[in-house]
Write a protein that binds this ligand. Sequence first.
Ligand code: NDP
Length: 459
Amino acid sequence: MSDLDTTTYDWDLFVIGAGSGGVRAARTAAATGARVAVAEDRYLGGTCVNVGCVPKKLYSYAAHFRDAFEDAEGFGWRLDAAPTFDWPTLRDNKVGEIKRLNGIYARLLDDAGVRLINARARVLDAHRVAVGDEVHSAAKILVAVGGWPWIPEFPGSELALSSNEVFDLDRFPERFLVLGGGYIAVEFASIFNGLGSETHLIYRGELFLRGFDREVREFTRDQMAAKGVDLRFDTNVERIERVEGGLVVTLTDGETLEVDAVLAATGRRPHLEGLGLEALGVELDDGGYIKVNDRLESSVPSVLALGDVIGGPELTPVALAEAMHLVRCHFEATPPSAPLDYANIPTAVFCHPNIGTVGLSEEEARERCGEIRVYSADFRPMKHTLSGSSERCLMKLIVDDKSDVVVGAHMVGEEAGEVIQGIAIAVKAGLTKADFDATVGIHPTGAEEFVTMRSPTRR
Ligand code: NDP
């Protein structure tokens, strides 16, 4: 506890928002002896626990069962009656699990000695926060309120759901349309397709998942289409109208589709309205994100920020890393010697099949490294020799030709996130293709391809 005058303020740290980043910062700061309070007016655990990663993954598991049922027959299993899916069971079991996690978050804060205030907070000045009828003072205020779905305005846009509502629909949408081409769009298109909806994905660009490796995007497009998702690129939603029995969606190319639900997965924005930051003069960037320095301080140094409000990768593990870094900078005797390193952050997209990726795409690597070698394998996984499924797997390594360092690793296939998490350690450590080659494979796995690809596919 270096520069804090603990006698002047009610709290050493007042955290606004009990999502992944806010809770981690609160607990970790409290462990250094800091007096910490957290204000939260919605749910504990934020987007990730309540309307993001956790329920999404549970629904993704549910959707994968369709493939499993289909695959089983070739292995001798007879499912005499066609399996049926009951949406309320999945939805309500999900609700129960989220409640359990909310309870765990409350206990974690309590055990750490953090006071939780269930109310919306508003920043009054550089050191004071209003919460309900109370005013609290704090040496540091942390804004960790996360993001909120954003939907463009068009006629009938109010009929579209956001990812906040889609988990808890009263009725299962037999016909489902997703607008967007990012993480949320491809994940939900896969989920509802797997659960049995007739599913359309509408994306304004020529190919979804902009920013990902081109080959990964194309491969994913083909695999999702093969699983039955109706993918429509270079078009957009012009309007949505309610009709008897559903919604009619008119696309900019003139086509119409009748569906039961439309999910707009058109991005997220920082959730800063009404927080009082503008009046205080906290600087925002053009995208409306809070500008912070390496210590995660805003332009008002006692106001800190992290996670989805600062415009970095909007990923839970990134918010957690920022929380730990922030606590080291502000509450520990020895601050970190370097800024947080945002290079080589691995990520997974839970479309079906999954994408796992770390480091540079082939296109980025060509630009940054010049000469590169690309090693890739596009194969039918062993499981599908008997299952009869046409699902394929793509694995790909990008190597800087001069240094032999592996600068990117990509996979589309079953459990790609699980595989890439391990590969990410090697990429983060800056290991070379020779190091990959010197590693003995695990046989028989799909992942062994990552250490057995010997001849470059292209240079
Ligand atoms: P993204 O920013 O990833 O994607 C938004 C999509 O909406 C893009 O395809 C974009 O198109 C499109 N779009 C934007 N504006 C319009 C418009 N006016 N009309 C039509 N389309 C539009 O946001 P998501 O909502 O998918 O996800 C938000 C973030 O949450 C992600 O970036 C990710 O960081 C995080 N997340 C992570 C997950 C994971 O780790 N597995 C899962 C889900 C979310 P264009 O590409 O042309 O701009």
